[in-house]
Design a protein. Structure first.
Length: 405
């Protein structure tokens, strides 16, 4: 007597078919209907599929065509990663197996739940078992990726550090003129066994207040150096950047620690950047100055983060040994509307350039942002337009596909 329940379960799975060919859409719909799946929506382009994902009509499963004229399937996967889409994905393509396999590996690296790939013309016999696998998997609830419901305590952070639950995500920086990857910024996440993926804004300040930040920074630096060495071995000798807290700069032995870690991994020190937020930097520069100078003497690069959010002017910052200026996203995105902001931004960029600093614009979300910062003279761009932060396992596949289209 379990049959009716089973059918009910089959019927309740919501499937989205995304393919630019109308014929494929109706064919898929017919095949799915014959297999007992009736909650099927069809979309013929990536943009409207993404729009549907933002509504309550959220599919449990997406059948994704890789070849589409505007937003192709690879770009769509990147958008799904950004949305942290938790449903299942099946890749469908008329391309050869090799392309399908590469796309499959990329989606896996993005931590998406990709169940498999299917060659066109679609065979019901191949499709049915893959959909059944997903049903079986979702019968047990998947770990949710949400913010913790209980308050984060210093004890929990300490345990997480012991258990190695803090992982680096990476966001690429692109050299604007050459359109080449300049480096990756490490952005820490807490992969908590119950809470799922916790963003840094939820725990960094607690770690800072309870003297846990040094331990955390050490782990982030070690992971970043190890990953940069892996990229180097894979043929991508790019830079890596790590965020520091002001509390890190009270540790006099920090320069030696950093240089020891990068040397151990065989990463050149000039490929290692430390980012320090502008507003905090100006709170007290006397203590950290000695640490900053020793970092520079060891060829570690130093970046002023979130430039434009503090009250300092560039002249004050010029007395510090920084090699890079990172313009805050609010400035990048707002500079178009506000003439005064734009003027300050432009003169800061010019002054920084004269002092041989690299200028990075962060929060580049649109083509208009990109064009504007390119016109002002920024060297590199970072932001969702290029890629959201990705798990470490996704970096090499991403580097291999960047610039290939
Ligand atoms: P941040 O250093 O300014 O990092 C950039 C933040 O902007 C990241 O947030 C990134 O995901 C987000 N972002 C990137 N591109 C875009 C875009 O195009 N649009 C918008 N709206 N946002 C974008 P995330 O990863 O949540 O990190 C937040 C902050 O937490 C970082 O800001 C940094 O200050 C801090 N943080 C991250 N990792 C570490 C770490 O290992 N140590 C310390 N001390 N702080 C860290
Ligand atoms: Ca940063
Ligand atoms: Ca920043």
């Amino acid at each position: 007597m379990t049959q009716p329940h089973k059918i009910e379960q089959v019927n309740s799975m919501k499937i989205m078919v995304l393919d630019d060919e109308p014929f494929m859409l109706s064919l898929c719909q017919r095949i799915l209907s014959n297999l007992g799946y009736h909650h099927v929506t069809t979309q013929d382009n990536g943009a409207s599929a993404l729009a549907q994902l933002h509504t309550a009509d959220h599919p449990d499963m997406i059948l994704l065509d890789l070849n589409m004229p505007e937003m192709d399937g690879i770009e769509f996967l990147r958008q799904l990663q950004h949305l942290e889409y938790q449903g299942g994905i099946l890749l469908v393509s008329g391309e050869n197996r090799q392309i399908l396999t590469t796309a499959y590996n990329l989606a896996r690296a993005y931590s998406l739940h990709v169940l498999g790939h299917l060659q066109k013309p679609l065979q019901p016999a191949a499709l049915a078992p893959l959909l059944a696998t997903w049903r079986a998997r979702t019968a047990t609830p998947a770990p949710v990726l949400t913010s913790p419901t209980t308050p984060i305590t210093p004890q929990a952070i300490e345990q997480g550090l012991q258990a190695g639950e803090f992982v680096n995500f990476y966001q690429p920086q692109i050299h604007i003129a050459a359109r080449q990857v300049a480096g990756m910024e490490a952005l820490v996440r807490w992969q908590h066994p119950q809470w799922g993926r916790v963003p840094p804004d939820a725990f960094i300040h607690i770690a800072e207040q309870h003297h846990l930040i040094q331990h955390l920074t050490e782990q982030v630096i070690e992971n970043a150096a190890r990953d940069a060495a892996l990229w180097q071995t894979a043929g991508f000798p790019i830079k890596v950047a790590v965020n520091l807290s002001m509390a890190d700069l009270s540790q006099v032995e920090l320069p030696e620690r950093v240089i020891q870690t990068v040397n151990q991994q065989g990463v050149p020190p000039e490929h290692f950047t430390l980012e320090i937020t502008e507003s905090r930097l100006m709170e007290d520069v006397r203590t950290p100055l000695d640490i900053l100078i020793r970092m520079r003497l060891k060829r570690i690069r130093l970046s002023i983060d979130d430039f434009g959010t503090g009250f300092s002017n560039l002249a004050q910052l010029m007395n510090l040994p920084f090699t890079e200026l990172k313009i805050d996203r609010k400035f990048v995105q707002g500079a178009a509307e506000d003439d005064a902001a734009r003027a300050i931004l432009e003169s800061s960029v010019q002054l920084a350039k004269r002092l041989n600093m690299t200028i990075v614009a962060e929060g580049v979300e649109t083509q208009a942002d990109w064009d504007r910062i390119a016109a002002i003279g920024c060297d590199s761009a970072q932001g969702y337009l290029i890629s959201p932060p990705m798990p470490a396992s996704a970096v090499i596949p991403w580097l291999q596909t960047w610039g290939k289209d």
